[in-house]
Every structure is written in structure tokens, then in C-alpha cells.
Ligand binder design. Structure first.
Ligand SMILES: [Zn+2]
Ligand SMILES: [Zn+2]
Length: 349
């Protein structure tokens, strides 16, 4: 079968590899229809391996149809359309037992540690898959995994009705966070970025106010939208070195700051302000399949988001598997990509 194999930095090849074979206990064999790319894929290609263990088939955001179910996976009979989560957890360690499967002691990620979904076929545990409702098309369904990551980040910050929220950095995962926060009832919802096109997308996804941090006084805009007190929740999704400090400056007393964007170097933060204003600073990692992925599929299928909603707002180019490097990984690594790049795997076989 055809697959995108990550061999080494700068070396991702579209090549023929053996098929994964019959699904084991609890596993599904999935024929992939669409996969999506994110910064993780381009970072591995550009300057990895960071988390990946090459050689490995890339792809941790994918949807397709079950063609065989292993023992114990009968709830997903052949023909079922599914989306898969990305992380595989052991189910028995301290963190899994507490429901925090994304922190599992033996966590492995499809497309980084195990062969992923940028291939005609992939094997995935049924326990991390969700069925796709009939009304949800493949291009929308493939957005479920990144939306689950966004839902998890929003939950970490206790986003909810009656709580204001600011999102810093609304490209990439940030756009999904805006959509998740809107769906979870955040109001007002302030989007902050340095690019007007990304702010326009954020507004389409439910941001009630936008601020261009390159031009406007973003903390001032947050204060103005929140009665002068700052936001209940500030989610930092840009990864820019100054943004965690900016997030702290935008949050109100007793509020929550969530750090989503990965900082390459230790960053200074005013811990006097954290202590004396009782600000909770949260990390966030990937998603918990059981709650976040199911929630993401439900949100994508809901009337608010169905049809041309979320997927249409964030969709960038749809490319073939053969065009993965030049049409996907390179523009992502060079920060020239606009919107979510989706790979038409089924159409590339
Ligand atoms: Zn991703
Ligand atoms: Zn575990």
C-alpha cells in the first residue's frame, strides 16, 4: 500500500509499504479517506525527530471506514465510518485509572511512535475511535482530532457559560480553540492575533471581539470587553515567547491561564502576580479520547457547526498524498500555509 514514511529530517517519502495485517484484539483496520496535517508533522519533517521514532508512517488526524474488526471490537463492524484519536494509553497506570489517559505512563501516538493514518490502511484501537454520524462528511470528520485537542485545552481552563475568554494566537490549533470556547459558552470571547485574515476566521468561528496585537492594545481590548477586570480564562496558543506574560496580564483575579503553545525555551512569568492574584496556570496535552473526541464529533455534527460551518472556516488546501511534502509539510514549516491542510488519501491510492 501507499504511505508517507518519515525516515529522517527532511526525508519523508511516499512509498509502497506492507499492509498492516489483520487487526489484533480490540483493534480496527481502517481504510483511510482523509487525513489532516498539523505543526507536529511539519516540525518532525523539518527538524525532527522530536517525538517520532522513524521509520514511521506519519498521520495522527484521520478518518476512514472500518474494513475489519479484531476480537472484542465488534461494536465497530466493517463499513462503520470512524475518526480515530491519536494517543494510545495502557488503561491500567495511575493516570489512566484517574481518567487522564493523555498522561499515561506508556503513552504512544499514532503517526509518531506507531504507523499512522497518512496511508491507505491503518490499525487503531477501537477504544480511541468514535463513529462518524451519517450527516458528517469526511472533510469535516477529519477535523475531530484537532478539535478534541482544543476542547481539552478549553476544559483545562474551565471555559464555560458566564465566563469570559481570550485566545492568543488563532492560526492552527487556536482557530479550533475559538470554536471550542464558543461552543462551551464562553462570552465575551476575544480573539488576539497579529494577522487580520486569522482574526476574520476567528470571528466566523464565534469570537465576539478581535484585537490585532501588532496594531492594537490587546490587554486593553480584553479589559474593555470584560468590565475592566480581565478575562476569566486566557488561552495562549501562539507559542510566541512574550505571550505567556501577556496572557497573565489579561487574566482577572482568580482566573485561569492555559499554555497551549509550546515554548522552545524557559520563559519568565511574574509569579508574584500569580500568587497574589491566585491565578491558576495550566498545562495541556493532546486530548482524552473518551470525553474530548466524542465531544468534538458531536460538535462537528451539531446544527451550529454542520455543513459549511467549522470545517469550511478552517479548511485550507486539499492535496494528494503525492503532494504531501511540497503542498503540505513545507508550507506548514515555512508558516506559509493558510488554513488546515487536508490530504485526500482515498483519492491518492
Ligand atoms: Zn495534530
Ligand atoms: Zn496508562
Amino acid at each position: 500500500m501507499k504511505a508517507a514514511v518519515f525516515h529522517a529530517p527532511g526525508d519523508v517519502r511516499i512509498e509502497s509499504v506492507p499492509e498492516p495485517g489483520a487487526p489484533g484484539p480490540g483493534e480496527l483496520l481502517i481504510r483511510v479517506s482523509r487525513a489532516a496535517l498539523c505543526g507536529t508533522d511539519s516540525a518532525e519533517w523539518d527538524h525532527g525527530p522530536l517525538l517520532a521514532q522513524p521509520p514511521v508512517v506519519l498521520g495522527h488526524e484521520f478518518t476512514g471506514t472500518v474494513i475489519a474488526a479484531g476480537p472484542g471490537a465488534a461494536s465497530f463492524p466493517p463499513g462503520t465510518r470512524v475518526v480515530s484519536g491519536a494517543g494510545i494509553s495502557c488503561g491500567t497506570c495511575e493516570w489512566c485509572t484517574a481518567g487522564r489517559t493523555n498522561l499515561c505512563a506508556g503513552y504512544q501516538t499514532l503517526g509518531l511512535h506507531l504507523d499512522g493514518g497518512l496511508a491507505e490502511l491503518v490499525r487503531s484501537p477501537a477504544s480511541i475511535c468514535q463513529p462518524v454520524p451519517d450527516g458528517l462528511d469526511d472533510t469535516s470528520a477529519v477535523m475531530a482530532q484537532p478539535l478534541a485537542v482544543a476542547m481539552h485545552a478549553a476544559r483545562r481552563g474551565r471555559v464555560g457559560p458566564g465566563r469570559s475568554c481570550a485566545v492568543i494566537g488563532t492560526g492552527g490549533i487556536g482557530a479550533f480553540i475559538v470554536a471550542a470556547a464558543a461552543a462551551l459558552g464562553a462570552s465575551p470571547l476575544i480573539a488576539i492575533d497579529v494577522a487580520d485574515d486569522r482574526l476574520a476566521t476567528a470571528a466566523a468561528l464565534g469570537a465576539t471581539r478581535t484585537a490585532n496585537a501588532g496594531r492594537d492594545d490587546a490587554p486593553g481590548a480584553v479589559r474593555a470587553a470584560t468590565g475592566g477586570q480581565g478575562a476569566h480564562v486566557v488561552i495562549e496558543a501562539s507559542g510566541a515567547p512574550d505571550s505567556p506574560a501577556a496572557a497573565l496580564a489579561m487574566v482577572r483575579r482568580g482566573g485561569d491561564v492555559v499554555i497551549v503553545g509550546l515554548q522552545p525555551h524557559p520563559a519568565g512569568l511574574d509569579l508574584f502576580s500569580v500568587s497574589t492574584r491566585e491565578v491558576d496556570v495550566h498545562g495541556t496535552l493532546a486530548h482524552v479520547c473518551g470525553e474530548d473526541l466524542a465531544g468534538a464529533v458531536a460538535l462537528l455534527a451539531s446544527p451550529v457547526m454542520a455543513g459549511p460551518g467549522l470545517a469550511a472556516a478552517v479548511l485550507g488546501d486539499v492535496i494528494s498524498l503525492d503532494d504531501l511534502v511540497e503542498g503540505g509539510l513545507r508550507p506548514l514549516a515555512e508558516r506559509k500555509a493558510h488554513g488546515k491542510i487536508v490530504v485526500d488519501v482515498a483519492g491518492s491510492a
